[in-house]
Design a protein around this ligand. Structure first.
Ligand SMILES: Nc1nc2c(ncn2[C@@H]2O[C@H](COP(=O)(O)OP(=O)(O)OP(=O)(O)O)[C@@H](O)[C@H]2O)c(=O)[nH]1
Length: 602
């Protein structure tokens, strides 16, 4: 156990790509957590996808030993935090376990939307914040300008900001000293009953469920009976340890310390993040406030391209959920796509990551239906209100009084040469401008937007119209009534349930036309005409027709017998009739995928 005044708990907060993971690696290397040889690039990002995309998904904690210039030995607990908006809740829980934060800002980019969102959270937790201006090795670095931005935009003094390059190792010692000197030591009472925060948990194939804890009071050791206060369950601790980043087993964890425990727990779902862990026999009387439960906000259907893969998909989703309690799935049946699952995600990136892991790690070929948000339907005839997760399930309009949709408040930073395009994008997406401020050569925009307009492709569009320079962050601000309708797509008179979507009435026609055109290009000609229609209720708002392909059955009978020719033509007609009768149109899988991939030209 480390004495309280020799512990420092901190997280690193930054906008995506400003160098958090590189800095974390450098700190681990400098304090001897890993030798240079062991140091594979970015050890904290340990999932393949994280490495490839260069983003951090799961927050990790590493214990560092540091002998400061004052000759004292300190234990520094570093919590890595993810940078993407979809995972903002993980930032929040890591911050709750610390007393301070390193605020990393890229010297060539300056303060970005996420820097701001994260730093405000950190301020809410009363953290001591140490600004670090990273990447000063870059020729485009402008540390003085960035200091000014930190002061003007965030309102933090930046005189003593540390200038650093995580890549070339400049300023690393200064950062370590600043951590010891400026971040306060944790408080706690070893003699009080155990009180610890369940910070995070994940499934490890060798250890079972691993629980990351921050001890407030008391201590934790092997063989101790603990109770999760919120869940009301009791468990026997079988391991106590920390990450350096390699696992190290410890005798115990004391106040102020961060480490992990295992207690033969089989599923992550049994461990609620934010729960208070206490001693089963001598419990604390005051549990921690806990965290808000995260709710999936974006839903879509996942269907196997090959129907035989259904069981495999089910099993794979179950495995993924073991480690990610924030996504949900339940079986769904679509007339167009067969058996699949309706899945809920924290955002589009989360959706893409799960989708990619399913195809890469589990070798599954999938069709994803259009992502949708959760609508509140206020029903007539005293039926109350219901949550709609799947547009295909929308009840008859006569039973619906009004529809509420989720709204967000978005902060966008954009260099002023792209301002016009960004304003237009926000306007097109029904945005309401709340504020616009100039900071240096950039503009900070505050917009209220319906989430439904953002989930499709807003982020991608924003990046492409600003050549990657705009940054974006958002949080939900509640539900508002909207003039929303369900649009269905009919192919040959039959509703294709997988293509149903909820849209704003004014956008319906445009979207409908676009869908019909895409389907027209993608469905091959058949022996009969195929109308493709977009409709609201019974009313068709857009229509395309795929012309019939006339198979030249008579081609083979050159010359000769007219009666034989006639007979063949008759037969062909019959065939046509049968096709029409069944109403069966072969829609290739690519058609769904392409039709659902709106955006490229919307
Ligand atoms: N030139 C230079 N490049 C750096 C420095 N620090 C990080 N980088 C590079 O910047 C890119 C982003 O760094 P990461 O450490 O992955 O950024 P991050 O903030 O952890 O990103 P997320 O994990 O996605 O939130 C990488 O290509 C790094 O090699 C630096 O000091 N100088």
């Amino acid at each position: 156990m480390t004495p309280l005044d020799h512990i420092r708990n901190f997280s690193i907060i930054a906008h995506i790509d400003h160098g958090k993971s590189t800095l974390a690696d450098r700190l681990i290397q400098t304090t001897g957590g890993l030798t240079a040889r062991e140091m594979s690039e970015q050890v904290l990002d340990n999932m393949d996808i994280e490495k490839e995309r260069g983003i951090t998904i799961k927050a990790q904690t590493v214990r560092l030993d540091y002998t400061a210039k004052d000759g004292q030995k300190y234990v520094l607990n570093l919590m890595d935090t993810p940078g993407h908006v979809d995972f903002a809740y993980e930032v929040s829980r890591s911050l709750a376990a610390c007393e301070g934060a390193l605020l990393v800002v890229d010297a060539s980019q300056g303060v970005e939307a996420q820097t701001l969102a994260n730093v405000y959270q950190s301020i809410e937790y009363d953290h001591e914040i140490v600004p670090v201006i990273n990447k000063i090795d870059l020729p485009a670095a402008e540390p003085e300008k960035v200091k000014q931005e930190i002061e003007e935009i965030i309102g933090l003094p930046a005189d003593d900001a540390v200038l650093a390059s995580a890549k070339s190792g400049i300023g690393i010692d200064d950062i370590l000293e600043a951590l010891v000197k400026r971040i306060p030591a944790p408080k706690g009472d070893i003699n009080a009953p155990l009180k610890a925060m369940l910070v995070d948990s994940w499934y490890d194939p060798y250890l079972g469920v691993v629980i990351l804890v921050r001890i407030i009071d008391g201590s934790l050791k092997k063989g101790q009976q603990i109770r999760f206060m919120q869940a009301g369950t009791t468990h026997l601790i079988d391991r106590v340890g920390c990450f350096r980043p390699k696992i190290e087993i410890l005798d115990s964890l004391g106040p102020g310390e961060i480490g992990f425990i295992t207690a033969q727990i089989k599923e992550v779902s049994q461990t609620a993040v934010g729960d208070t862990i206490t001693d089963a026999k001598n419990p604390t009387s005051t549990p921690l406030p806990g965290f808000k439960q995260v709710q999936p906000v974006v839903f879509c259907g996942l269907f196997p391209v090959d129907a035989a893969d259904f069981d495999k998909l089910k099993e794979s989703l179950g495995k993924l959920r073991l480690n990610d309690a924030s996504f949900s799935f339940e079986a769904e049946n679509s007339a167009a796509l067969g058996f699949g699952f309706r899945c809920g995600f924290l955002g589009l990136l989360h959706l893409e990551i799960i989708q990619e892991r399913l195809s890469r790690e589990y070798d599954l070929d999938l069709i994803t239906t259009a992502p949708s948000v959760v609508y509140h339907l206020n029903m007539t005839h005293g039926e109350g209100s219901i949550d709609l997760h799947n547009p295909a399930d929308m009840p008859d309009v006569t039973r619906i009084d009004s529809i509420d949709e989720p709204w967000i408040e978005a902060t966008i930073y954009v260099p002023d040469q792209y301002l016009g395009a960004v304003l237009k994008l926000c306007q097109d997406r029904r945005g309401i401008q709340k504020d616009m401020t100039y900071v240096g050569g950039r503009v900070q925009l505050l917009y209220e937007l319906p989430l439904n307009e953002v989930v499709f492709d807003f982020y991608d569009r924003l990046k492409s119209i600003s050549r990657g320079y705009a940054s974006f962050d958002y949080h939900q601000i509640g539900y508002r009534e909207g003039d929303l309708v369900k649009m269905t797509i009919m192919v040959n008179g039959e509703v294709v349930d997988a293509l149903s979507m909820i849209v704003h009435r004014h956008a319906a026609e445009g979207r409908g036309r676009q869908m019909c055109q895409r389907m027209k290009d993608l469905i091959p000609r058949h022996l009969f005409k195929i109308p493709i229609q977009a409709a609201i209720g019974g009313k068709v708002i857009a229509r395309e027709t795929i012309g019939a392909m006339r198979k030249d059955v008579t081609a083979k009978c050159y010359g000769g017998d007219i009666s034989r020719k006639k007979k063949l033509l008759e037969k062909q007609k019959e065939g046509k009739k049968r096709m029409r009768q069944y109403g069966s149109v072969d829609i290739p899988q690519e058609a769904f995928i392409a039709a659902l991939r709106m955006g490229d030209d919307s």
